[in-house]
Design a protein around this ligand. Structure first.
Ligand code: DC
Length: 220
């Protein structure tokens, strides 16, 4: 069993970029669990499956192969060997991913797959329930957060990159909706683990937030 660094927090707090850089500096494997929920959601949309059809959605979660690959220093997500890196960031996927993530069977399937990833490697895993549910005994737990306006401004660039122009207000609205569903769902909601270290990135530089985590891991 490898060492687990769990990084949780709401959308846009800087989790992904921070977790990736932490993994690079520690030479751990980076795992983006949000990309896994997004990948299932993308296939649900592509196959036009009704959101109330939990059996079909669970089948998708069970049967698709989600893989991560680094290509020229860029993190890519593949589903059944197709590169879905950009598609899983679209606003259509964003609107549907929280309702899909609420489904208990989907969570169980993905959480089990996530646990397997630590069998052989040291990992930095980011998500919403890593420190509380996937790895309640993780050696290191962090909860990354930031003001909603700061988070929305950061996300604008992510949408621009894939050719979708949204205003800050639109993004704030989407984020609040998503935070609300993610935090209030019955099964493994977004919640800070009691023993997690909170890092508020509103006023931190990228180097500072990465440094805080890397220092704690290295100094233990
Ligand atoms: O981190 P992200 O924005 O890519 O996550 C997308 C959605 O996936 C998020 O709104 C909730 C869900 N998610 C989850 O329920 N549990 C996780 N561990 C990771 C993501």
């Amino acid at each position: 069993m490898g060492i687990v660094v769990a990084i949780d927090g709401p959308a846009g707090a800087g989790k992904s970029s921070t977790a990736k850089e932490v993994a690079r500096q520690l030479d751990y494997v980076y795992v983006d669990t949000g990309a896994m929920y997004r990948a299932v959601t993308l296939i649900v949309l592509e196959q036009n499956i009704d959101i109330s059809d939990h059996a079909k959605i669970s089948d998708i979660a069970k049967n698709i192969l989600i893989e991560f690959r680094w290509i020229d220093d860029v993190f890519h997500t593949f589903v059944d060997n197709v590169d879905v890196t950009d598609k899983i960031r679209s606003k259509e996927v964003v609107s549907m991913v929280s309702p899909v993530s609420v489904i208990p069977e989907v969570r169980e399937i993905l959480a089990n797959n996530q646990r397997k990833l630590a069998d052989t490697d040291n990992i930095v895993m980011e998500g919403r329930d890593i420190g509380t549910n996937v790895f309640p005994n993780a050696e290191f737990k962090f909860y990354i957060t930031a003001d909603v306006e700061v988070r929305a401004k950061r996300r604008i660039h992510d949408y621009k990159k894939i050719g979708q122009d949204l205003t800050v207000e639109e993004i704030i609205e989407k984020m609040k909706q998503r935070d609300k569903i993610d935090s209030s769902r019955e099964h493994s909601p977004l919640k800070k683990a009691q023993d997690a270290v909170t890092i508020d990135t509103s006023d931190l530089t990228f180097e500072e937030q990465v440094g805080k985590i890397v220092d704690i891991v290295k100094n233990k």
